[in-house]
Design a protein around this ligand. Structure first.
Ligand code: COA
Length: 522
């Protein structure tokens, strides 16, 4: 059987299509506006001060560092949004993957215009997550450092725990031991714990009259020993390149430092990113996704319609087409990269869970990355399903998702509720990337259902007015999730194909452990 081009059954002239289109365009525009607000954030004074010092802004530094005309896959740009009175745009650090001298690199740039580039909980989560992606996918790391270290009022929440600030340096050791290059470019302050970022990198560049590295800054030195010393004398670029040897290359300014960094990557003997030019575009315009994503949460769209707008040539080679049709599985390609797609088409029942497990085993044996299109209200409930052992079949799928050695990419295109979140490769299942569409909702269950559960067990107040309804509504939004780093970012549906192709190209760097388990027919 050949791959079939999916034939769309959507009526683009229908009222529903138009209403959906309007609704989703509005959501996409809201996303764009929020992204612009974090780039051009409110603290104009800090931005002006930064520029007056002759420094480039964090995103400008990245633009100059990466190969001209190539995309930068920015991750979690809206981390910390709607928290901290929005005083930490992007959580004060820009993270993402870009090409440097043709090599895919993880780039982390502190934003010194955000509270001196200091670290709150979300900054650390973002930094640590970026390092994990680098570790999983063998990506060289470039740290553009400009940070005052820990945001002191938050020390108890960022300092001592397992995944707190110390994890950044622990990860640097692990990356290094795995042979993954790490380069620091010290473009500003590098204080206290932050001093270990350059100190633990393979090679460090420091900018003259601008970069400083010290375990304790001048005020601390004065308080501790009475010694009076300027920042430059204590740990400036000359000190570290000529006296201490903590840094290796002296740069004249930001531009010079970024040029040296590019040279170092060029010298690092790393594999270049794959270039695949031979693939066809989908037969349907990607903008039609706006007209398909239901404006009303309770409505659904058949996954064929989504797949037709993101796969090469709209082609899909379906597996078990007529069996357990509420889970759609099959092979396709995106941007020339082969992929196994698992997409929800309703709740998960026992047959769907077994079909999903079988398909994961196939992809695992063949080394084909998996794409989960998650839109799931959960596993089916009820006496007959429990009697059939739904929990046992769900467990099979969860085992397979957790243990497969092939890369997993998860895109939440609708709801992500209950154990469906787990079986469909939610955050806890370590997908290489997890993105959300702006309409995505993530929660243990819907607010009304939760209120109704509590009402039943506690004989509680009126279900519609129950405080849980509003709480669940707020907490399930895509912005709530992305602010807390439960995902790698919210993406405009229009960018889906482009971002998935980038992600697929990045995961080719991963050493795939094929055949984690055999193919057991379910
Ligand atoms: N904790 C909490 N807030 C901090 C901070 C820290 N470690 N470092 C800086 N800030 C805040 C400042 O209070 C200021 O806040 P505001 O905008 O609300 O007034 C903002 O960040 C910018 O700091 P400022 O000193 O005005 O900027 P700068 O660019 O001139 O200097 C630093 C930046 C980081 C060099 C300087 O603030 C500094 O040395 N901070 C202390 C660093 C330190 O000792 N860290 C140890 C922690 S492990």
């Amino acid at each position: 059987m050949d791959s079939q081009a999916i034939k769309s059954l959507i009526d683009k002239s229908s009222l529903v299509f138009k209403e959906n289109f309007e609704h989703n365009l509005k959501l996409a525009n809201e996303l764009k506006e929020r992204l612009l607000n974090v780039i051009d954030h409110a603290n104009k004074q800090a931005i002006e001060k930064h520029k007056e010092r002759g420094k480039l802004l964090a995103r400008q530094r990245i633009d100059i560092l990466i190969d001209e005309g190539t995309p930068f896959l920015e991750l979690s740009a809206l981390a910390a949004c709607n928290q901290w009175e929005n005083q930490f745009p992007s959580a004060g650090v820009v993270a993402g993957i870009g090409l440097v001298e043709g090599v895919q690199c993880m780039i982390l740039a502190n934003d010194a215009t955000v509270k001196g580039g200091t670290y709150i909980k979300e900054t650390i989560k973002k930094h640590v997550r970026a390092q994990e992606i680098a570790l999983q996918n063998n990506l060289p790391c470039i740290y553009l450092v400009d940070s005052g270290g820990v945001f002191l009022p938050e020390q108890a929440n960022v300092f001592p725990d397992r995944f707190d600030f110390g994890r950044v340096f622990y990860n640097q050791s692990k990356l290094s031991a795995k042979g993954i290059p790490q380069i620091s470019v010290v473009m500003g302050s590098c204080t206290a714990g932050g001093a270990y970022v350059p100190a633990m990198s393979d090679q460090t560049i420091i900018v003259k009259n601008q970069g400083t590295i010290f375990i304790g800054g001048p005020p601390l030195v004065k308080a501790a020993t009475g010694e009076e010393v300027t920042a430059e004398e204590l740990g400036g670029a000359y000190v570290h390149t000529a006296i201490s040897g903590v840094a290796d290359y002296l740069a004249e300014n930001d531009l010079d430092a970024l040029k040296i960094c590019r040279n170092l990557i060029q010298q690092a003997n790393q594999k270049k990113a794959p270039k695949i030019l031979d693939y066809s575009e989908p037969k349907y315009a990607i903008s039609e996704l706006y007209g398909l994503i239901p404006a009303e949460n309770k409505k659904t769209v058949h996954p064929y319609e989504i797949i037709a707008r993101i796969t090469d040539g709209s082609l899909f080679h379906e597996f078990k087409q007529n069996y357990a049709t509420n889970l759609v599985t099959g092979f396709a390609a995106i941007g020339g990269f082969q992929i196994g797609i698992i997409a929800n088409n309703g709740f998960l029942n026992a047959e769907a869970a077994r079909k999903g497990t079988h398909f994961i085993e196939l992809c695992d044996q063949r080394g084909i990355p998996l794409l989960f299109l998650q839109n799931i209200t959960g596993f089916i409930v009820g006496k007959s399903h429990e009697h059939q052992g739904i929990a046992r079949d769900g467990a099979k799928m969860i085992h397979a998702v957790a243990n497969t050695g092939v890369p997993k990419i998860t895109l939440v295109i609708g709801g992500s509720f209950g154990a469906g979140n787990y079986a469909m490769s939610g955050r806890a299942y370590d997908p290489e990337f997890l993105f959300l569409w702006p309409n995505a909702k993530t929660a243990v269950m819907g607010g009304e259902q939760a209120a109704s559960v509590l009402q039943t067990i506690k004989n509680d107040t009126n279900e519609k007015e129950h405080p849980l309804v509003q709480q669940f509504y707020n907490e399930s939004s895509a912005y709530f999730s992305t602010s807390r780093l439960w995902d790698d970012g919210i993406i405009d549906p229009m960018d889906t194909r482009k971002i998935l192709a980038l992600a697929l190209s990045i995961v080719t760097n991963k050493k795939i452990d094929k055949g984690t388990f055999g193919v057991y027919r379910m």
